[in-house]
Design a protein around this ligand. Sequence first.
Ligand SMILES: Cc1cc2nc3c(=O)[nH]c(=O)nc-3n(C[C@H](O)[C@H](O)[C@H](O)COP(=O)(O)OP(=O)(O)OC[C@H]3O[C@@H](n4cnc5c(N)ncnc54)[C@H](O)[C@@H]3O)c2cc1C
Ligand SMILES: NC(=O)c1ccc[n+]([C@@H]2O[C@H](COP(=O)([O-])OP(=O)(O)OC[C@H]3O[C@@H](n4cnc5c(N)ncnc54)[C@H](OP(=O)(O)O)[C@@H]3O)[C@@H](O)[C@H]2O)c1
Length: 253
Amino acid sequence: MGKPVDLTRWCEGTVRELKPWTERLYSIRVDAPVDNFTAGQFTKLGLVIDGELTGRPYSYVNAPDERPLEFYFITVPDGPLTQRLVTLSPGDSIYVMRKAAGFLTLAEVPEAKHLWMLSTGTAIGPFLSILKTPDPWKRFERIVLVHAVRTAQELSFQDTIQALATRHPQQFVYIPFVSREDTDFAIRDRIPGALASGTLEARAGIEITPEQSQVMICGNPAMVKDTTEALRARGLERNRRRTPGHITVENYW
Ligand SMILES: Cc1cc2nc3c(=O)[nH]c(=O)nc-3n(C[C@H](O)[C@H](O)[C@H](O)COP(=O)(O)OP(=O)(O)OC[C@H]3O[C@@H](n4cnc5c(N)ncnc54)[C@H](O)[C@@H]3O)c2cc1C
Ligand SMILES: NC(=O)c1ccc[n+]([C@@H]2O[C@H](COP(=O)([O-])OP(=O)(O)OC[C@H]3O[C@@H](n4cnc5c(N)ncnc54)[C@H](OP(=O)(O)O)[C@@H]3O)[C@@H](O)[C@H]2O)c1
């Protein structure tokens, strides 16, 4: 017998749906009485495995006022939690951390003309949560959402993205990157490569400069590091509480 679950920190939720996007990518939709959160934040999902609560962080994909809660994840081979998440069915119970955390939020981002949101893989989630709120559309003239994946079938959430594009035709630019196959619509490169070659900005129709840009970066830590370095070489700096800059990041592992 393991320790009992601390119900002051965790609440018990119910799985509403497990939606497969591909063989490895899923949305899990959950009803749970969590505390309020800010778009861009993450919470933890947990399951009792061998008598112990195994919890991992996941970003909210839903906007703060949207229900059910939604999380977007990839199965990791031999991953203790994700291998169990994919066995869940509607009605099953799942623990959710009540209080959200994280600083990949617009409150951390200083004013600017343009907002760039750069993601790999499952890290498009927190950006969708932010884009489903009114705030970014009031604050930025242009918003560029970049989603970098290996194969075209991993470009999930096309309906959500299309709805944003329809609602904000002048303000919103969506730029898919597919690195491991040719398509007639995506950039075939990695984000730092497309920054260096100018392909990304050419496609967006605007440039990244310290004067007019704020950049949020989320996902694969190697991408976060390489992209931050590429931007710093062009005069952009990390945002710190005391010294505002231009780059706000979150690593997924
Ligand atoms: C702040 C934060 C937010 C996160 N949000 C999400 C999210 O919204 N969706 C999500 O799928 N994961 C997210 N993660 C990762 C998640 O917490 C788990 O690590 C992941 O789901 C695997 O859990 P696991 O127990 O199966 O394996 P683990 O033992 O936790 O992971 C094993 C390894 O898998 C790789 N890995 C983990 N997560 C990912 C990922 N998302 N994409 C690619 N490789 C990965 C890493 O190499 C990691 O060391 C987040 C992590 C952090 C720190
Ligand atoms: N997606 C799959 O089909 C697949 C299959 C088997 C195993 N996995 C495992 O699942 C995990 C997640 O895979 P994922 O495809 O979601 O995420 P990922 O490996 O982070 O790839 C997502 C995108 O990020 C790019 N990228 C990787 N490193 C980068 C860097 N340093 N700078 C800039 N861009 C970078 C990748 O380009 P590149 O293509 O050039 O790397 C790809 O376009 C990984 O641990 C992987 O080992 C995934």
